[in-house]
Design a protein around this ligand. Structure first.
Ligand code: SF4
Length: 324
């Protein structure tokens, strides 16, 4: 197998909880000891309930959010402490697509300007060359004829078209790695599949690697080679998508899969029907296994000892005392 495009080793991202102006009363452990890698041309789906740390992990991998501890490597180069100027160069090769195409695009910019801006920021090409790249990017995301779409403003577009503009903006710098944060969750069901298929097609064409963040484990089946399940800041199961969906090991993954038939895009509610109780407060997580207050299989050891994240079968890892 080739070297990973992105690798995280024991990554932690903690946010201080302030009391008053100066006192730090504790930390929200949004990402806690996460290790993973994503290979060229691969999609790793990162699945879990809202608030479990998925977006923070994605942003930390791109250094949009600074890690508290651990290491990040991009194409073999450690970027954990890379300075601003070097990081600016590397940012050309990494991009993020956000959940809300309405919020992630400046409404006062024309579509042309939205896509041209990253080229300008990175000082790429002359005006004419940039215009050519913008038209090409619009064609790639099927906003055709590109000259017509380039003149439009975001309010003149549908949700799906706006997300296509956001994808064109992410792609125009020819990145190697894209964090796609719930890229279809705010779109109508009818366009969700179209956008996922477009992302997949662009991945094949440009050998892109994706971290596909979603609360919907069902779409990961069609959109990812591997799935990582996150719970309360930790990856609790990771494996090839078909293997993990066919033979989920962790009780939380099993509950996520039980919630699949739900047509409601916010299946958080359904997960709560399947698993009793609330996810833990990340500023004060439970000792031992973080899932133990909600786990129907919890044993004494689960309350005291953090389960090791280890390989159960080749490529399929789980953190659960049931497999000790
Ligand atoms: Fe449940 Fe224990 Fe496994 Fe945690 S370690 S998921 S509490 S059985």
């Amino acid at each position: 197998m080739s070297d990973p495009v992105i690798r995280a080793i024991n990554l932690k991202t903690y946010f201080p909880v302030r009391k008053g102006l100066f006192r730090i009363a504790g930390y929200v452990r949004a990402v806690d000891e996460v290790s993973l890698e994503i290979y060229p041309g691969e999609t790793l789906a990162l699945v879990g309930e809202s608030g479990c740390g998925k977006t923070t992990l994605g942003k930390t991998l791109l250094r949009i959010v600074e890690p508290t501890a651990g290491k990040i490597f991009f194409k073999g180069q450690e970027i954990t402490n890379t300075d601003y100027n070097e990081m600016k160069k590397l940012r050309r090769r990494m991009a993020m697509i956000f959940q809300d195409p309405y919020a992630s695009i400046d409404p006062s910019y024309s579509v042309f300007k939205v896509i041209e801006e990253p080229l300008e920021i990175h000082g790429i090409g002359t005006r004419e060359e940039r215009a050519e790249l913008v038209m090409k990017a619009l064609e790639e995301v099927r906003l055709i004829p590109p000259e017509e779409f380039a003149r439009k403003y975001p309010h003149m577009l549908s949700g799906g078209q706006r997300q296509r503009v956001a994808i064109a903006r992410a792609l125009v710098l020819r990145p190697d790695f894209i964090v796609a944060d719930e890229p279809v969750s705010m779109l109508d069901a009818s366009v969700r599949v179209e956008i996922l298929l477009l992302l997949r097609e662009l991945q094949k064409k440009h050998n892109l690697s994706y971290l596909y963040i979603t609360h919907d484990i069902a779409t990961s089946k069609y959109f990812s080679e591997r799935i990582a399940v996150m719970y309360a800041g930790k990856i609790i199961e990771l494996g090839p998508s078909s293997m993990l969906l066919k033979n989920p090991l962790h009780p939380y993954t099993r509950a996520l899969i039980d919630a699949i038939p739900d047509p409601d895009p916010s299946n958080r509610f359904r997960i709560r029907e399947v698993i009793k109780g609330e996810p833990p407060d990340l500023s004060n997580p439970p000792t031992g296994c973080r899932f133990h207050p909600r786990c129907p299989y919890a044993m004494d050891i689960c309350k005291q000892v953090i389960p090791e994240f280890k390989e159960y079968q080749p490529g399929h890892l789980v953190a659960c005392h049931l497999y000790d």
